[in-house]
Design a binder for this molecule. Sequence first.
Ligand code: URP
Ligand code: ZN
Ligand code: ZN
Length: 461
Amino acid sequence: MRTVIKNGRIVTAVDDYNADILIEDGTISMIAKKIEIEADKVIDASGKLVIPGGIDPHTHMELPFGGTYASDDFKTGTVAAAFGGTTTIIDFAVQYHGQSLNQALDAWFAKAQGKTAIDYGFHMICTDLPDQRLPEIKSLIDQGISSFKLFMAYPGVFLVDDGTIFKAMSIAGESGGLICMHAENGLVIDVLVKRALAEGRTSPKYHALTRPTKAEGEGTGRAIALAEMANSPVYIVHLSCYDALRKVVEARDAGLPAYAETCPQYLFLDYTYYERENFEGAKYVMTPPLRDKENQEKLWRGLQMNDLQVVSTDHCPFCFKEQKELGRDDFSKIPNGGPGVENRMSLIYNGGVVSGKISINRFVEIVSTSPAKIFGLFPKKGTIAVGSDADIVIFDPNEEMTISATTHHMNVDYSCYEGFKVKGVTKTVLSRGKVIIEDGNYLGTPGDGQFLKRGHFNSPR
Ligand code: URP
Ligand code: ZN
Ligand code: ZN
């Protein structure tokens, strides 16, 4: 199968030029000023950007949480991702107490098998790591699961203690793996939550008010200190505020291998959303919570200065009706998480490039190239180059759209960005050379997405 993309403006993390692309058998085989060759399919990308497919390294399809499940499964969630220009996700498998890491992995393979519309990898959330299980970390790295999420929050469910974190970091660091840290002081947060509920403060805004930025700052500083002692890199997930960012900045200025991602919700939404009437604030109950608006410009600066390397989504949707409702009388029972996998590329293009905060190359870097490098997928993914997978997005930088739950493809009954007007729209998506999105239609076959056996952690810089 031969496909040629003609007349496009190819943008990678470092390049910006006009050329044609030849795709053969799923990979890019030639890039040249003009390609005149017999092809099965010719795509005219005149006036459009041709960019590497987005890589969202933080999703939770069908995650069990708070007595329910995230409402997107691997089919609906990956089709929605494709509509938004994301061609790879890295989802979080969960190890429950008593399970081996491989038992947990098998359960997530079973969820994804035959369903994914795009390529996918897994991180492993570890909740139970006695000493005899630590070697399983190296074994998972050898199987292509080269990153692990540990939680400093959610005592009794996900939280692991500092000794365990230190031991896991040591073994991951020496084996080419990466620890991804949910960095919030969960023990303090638990006290604050119990106090609030005892005082009758039950509405959604107390989710935010019981999770102060200092708790995230403390967790982030501690995670970095533990990583330094273990001589390992660390990656802070869903960083939401300046109190946490400045710990990362300090560490990176000291030359430590500390990395971090933020998410669109922290760049575009703020605490006031929790004050919406009729329980609407529950739509934004996610962890860490939305912060005061002044944090947003600090996060953008973090992206500009490369103190934040990635924008992921932490896509973890729960329907407003029936699922978020579970916490109508008690904010701590609202399932934590929100939708976003479909919106990331347009939101960051519009909010970053159109508004002049970041360059177009930096846009590609933070939504595709850096996650590919950090999570062992580069240069197969994350760039447009001869030999790379033809995961390509043809993106109209001038078209505008209005984000709405009435038109999105995610399996959730609301949008966090309802009514947001964005400039920059995904038009055509190729996954390993096959057109899967065209003219507003999904043309792929769920199950065509391949599991990605990822390589070792690689510093993006
Ligand atoms: O609220 C969130 N973020 N839900 C998903 C779990 C996590 O901590 O990433
Ligand atoms: Zn988390
Ligand atoms: Zn998450």
